[in-house]
Design a protein around this ligand. Structure first.
Ligand code: AMP
Length: 280
């Protein structure tokens, strides 16, 4: 497994790799867990070679976000990536990606108006900008993302379509702990008690799904039920609980067709997100 630290070297290597076969790509911010490794396996199944990037992208964090505290452990990430037969790890410095006079950004409108786009202004602009840069550096045939970040998956797919990137986007289902909690690099922030209570998130999503499956069509009532259940965990601080359509990601009043139930909840300093797609 090769570790590449500069954009120039990555671009030269990728040009060579693409002559030998198809190239898969998995962008990550490191602090890897089984969820990330599933994405690498999915890329491996589809492509001859796989590149994984490990880069904590400063421009997708707001001033009050956890950029500096975000967990970093490249030694461990490197071992895990070697174990799932990653071919290349792209691990650039912040200066390499964003020189002092950096000035160009990519923005997807509409889809970023609600959910995390509303709670974290500028977040998706940071994500779409870094993913654009990474696509230009790695030039993959296939790029793999997780359903755990549902809005991100929609936004990236739209960006790829709108800007005609020659990349196939694959979305992998959310990988969960045995008790249902979605795996996340931020779970390491949780105290034992917060971790115990955080199981309420997936339970509430499943409750919402059950209500919709049994015929409830009033989104307000479903959201109320989710919020009630989440509040049974005294350490939970709700950021949002929302039900949106899966074409525009705008909140719905009446549930018909496919909807996304999405939530963001703080436990201590960990802001956890989770979601389910449900067909009404
Ligand atoms: P991150 O390192 O958190 O930026 O995530 C990198 C990629 O891994 C993104 O496409 C995430 O959606 C995906 N990912 C993170 N957690 C999970 C999970 N529990 N299951 C599936 N994919 C995940």
């Amino acid at each position: 497994m090769k570790v590449v630290r500069t954009i120039g070297e990555m671009q030269r290597l990728t040009t060579r790799l693409r002559q030998e076969g198809s190239l898969g790509f998995v962008p990550t911010m490191g602090a890897l867990h089984e969820g990330h490794l599933e994405l690498v396996r999915a890329a491996k199944r589809r492509c001859d070679r796989v590149v994984v990037s490990v880069f904590v992208n400063p421009i997708q964090f707001g001033p009050k976000d956890d950029y500096h505290a975000y967990p970093r452990d490249f030694k461990r990430d490197r071992l895990l990536l070697a174990r799932v037969a990653t071919d290349v790890v792209f691990y650039p410095d912040v200066r390499e990606m964003y020189p002092d006079d950096y000035a160009t950004y990519v923005e997807v409108e509409g889809l970023t108006k609600y959910l995390c786009g509303r709670s974290r202004p500028g977040h998706f602009r940071g994500v779409t900008t870094v993913v654009t840069k990474l696509f230009n550096i790695v030039k993959p045939d296939v790029a793999v993302f997780g359903q755990k970040d549902a809005q991100q998956a929609f936004v990236i797919k739209r960006m790829v379509r709108d800007l005609n990137f020659p990349v196939d986007i694959v979305i992998v289902p959310t990988v969960r702990e045995p008790d249902g909690l979605a795996m996340s690099s931020r779970n390491v922030y949780l105290t034992q008690e917060e971790r115990r209570q955080a199981t309420v998130l997936y339970q509430s999503l499943r409750e919402g799904e059950a209500m919709i499956k049994s015929g409830e069509r009033d989104a307000r009532r479903v959201k109320q039920a989710l919020r009630r259940l989440i509040r049974t965990a005294p350490l939970a601080q709700i950021d949002y609980v929302e039900i949106v359509d899966t074409s525009r990601l705008h909140p719905v009043k009446t549930i018909k067709g496919e909807v996304l139930i999405a939530l963001a909840v703080y436990f201590g300093r960990a802001r956890l997100i989770d979601n389910l797609i449900v067909r009404g």
